[in-house]
Structures are given as structure tokens and as C-alpha cells.
Design a protein around this ligand. Structure first.
Ligand code: ATP
Length: 199
């Protein structure tokens, strides 16, 4: 799975539609302070399902929409599209390419699409879970993160290792199964009580 392209439209400092094509090899994005390099990384995290406005340096999610500048009025919508080459079918999809789209409007409403089909945020999170691009993965390392990882508690570090090793998906499924088991046990106890009453 390779990152092919990123389209940013109305997200943070990117008022105009901006497309970045990732060619084979290394891509470096350079620019003066405040020119929007971190905003590109945040656009990637956002389209892949980031749910914390704080971690995107905002108070609420609509803060990611272009807020206007000296010569431009604020926009009402932000959109980011990320396309992966999926010819190795690393992502669990039949298609050779996978495009994820996330949109947000000023009223806070949002849309998520996988290959143009409307989906839930959960579907996107599940698609990337354990691929190395999941929430606690090492694929995106922001400024200060390296130190934060080394200074983190062993339990927190374990979560990162589990994501990289691909076990978090199974842990989540196990938790769900345990919950269902507990519910079923409760139902069974209720049935037993009713049977006792009827005796
Ligand atoms: P540095 O090299 O200092 O880390 P950078 O190139 O990573 O800088 P960013 O932090 O990505 O720059 O961009 C910061 C710029 O983005 C600031 O000028 C800020 O005003 C602008 N910006 C952030 N959010 C919005 C928004 N919602 N609307 C318009 N501009 C925004």
C-alpha cells in the first residue's frame, strides 16, 4: 500500500484546492515557518479519522475550516481526499486504489466516503486499524512525539506496540465478545429466575 495523492480543499490555511502527488521515492515538503507544513500532516490525520479537535490545534472540529485571511473571506466547508495505491490489497478492499474523503461544514456536520460511497467514521477507523496507519501508530510522527513516546508510561508504550504488531483489532473484538457474553449470562440468569417462579 502506497500513498498516492492528497487533495486539501478549504482545510486550515489551504483555502484553494491543493493536490500533492506522492511519486515513488521520498517526498519532502519544505517551507517557511507558518506556511502550512504541519497543516498537511494534520489533513492526513483528519481524513484518516482523527476525532480530537485539540490534537489538531483547535477547540472544536469546524475550526479546521479555512477561517479567512486579510484578503479572503472564511469558507463554510473543508474537504480532504487521500488516495492509496492498493494494488497489493493491503487494505481489505477489492479495488486497486482506495480514496478516503472527509468533509466538514460550519454547523459541525460531516461526511465520510470510501471510494465515493458514504460510510461511517467507524468504517474508516476499522479499515485502517492494524495497518500501521491506525490511531496510535508510528506512521505519523509529529514534532515532540519521539520524546513523548520515550517518556510515556509502559502501558501507553504497549498500546503503540500492539497497534504496530496488529493485535489491537483482536483486542477490540475480544472486548466486544466478552461484553456480549456477559449480557447473555445475565439473560440466562433472568430466564432461570422465571423458570424458578413458574415451578
Ligand atoms: P512551522 O515550520 O513553524 O512548524 P508550519 O509550516 O508547520 O510552521 P502550520 O503550523 O502548518 O505551519 O501552519 C500555521 C498557519 O496555518 C498559521 O498561519 C495559521 O494562521 C494557519 N491556519 C491554521 N488554521 C487555520 C484556519 N482554520 N484557517 C486559516 N488559516 C489557518
Amino acid at each position: 500500500m502506497k500513498l498516492k495523492s492528497l487533495v486539501i480543499n478549504g482545510f486550515k490555511s489551504f483555502a484553494d484546492r491543493t493536490e500533492i502527488d506522492f511519486q515513488p521515492g521520498m517526498t519532502a515538503i519544505v517551507g517557511p515557518n507558518g506556511s502550512g507544513k504541519s497543516n498537511i500532516i494534520e489533513a492526513i490525520r483528519w481524513v484518516l479519522g482523527e476525532q480530537s479537535a485539540k490534537s489538531l490545534r483547535g477547540d472544536k472540529m469546524p475550526d479546521v475550516i479555512f477561517a479567512g485571511s486579510n484578503d479572503r473571506v472564511a469558507l463554510n466547508r473543508a474537504e480532504v481526499l487521500i488516495t492509496f495505491d492498493n494494488s497489493d490489497h493491503y487494505l481489505n478492499m477489492q479495488t486497486e486504489e482506495v480514496t478516503i474523503t472527509r468533509k466538514i461544514y460550519r454547523d459541525g456536520s460531516s461526511e465520510f466516503l470510501i471510494n465515493g460511497q458514504q460510510v461511517r467514521l467507524k468504517d474508516i477507523v476499522n479499515l485502517f486499524m492494524d495497518t500501521g496507519l491506525g490511531r496510535e501508530s508510528f506512521s505519523i510522527i509529529s514534532q515532540g512525539r519521539v520524546e513523548a513516546v520515550f517518556n510515556s508510561k509502559p502501558q501507553e508504550r504497549r498500546l503503540i506496540i500492539e497497534e504496530v504488531a496488529g493485535v489491537s483489532k483482536y483486542k477490540k473484538e475480544k472486548q466486544k465478545a466478552e461484553l456480549e457474553l456477559a449480557e447473555t449470562k445475565e439473560h440466562l440468569e433472568r430466564v432461570a429466575d422465571i423458570i424458578d417462579e413458574l415451578k
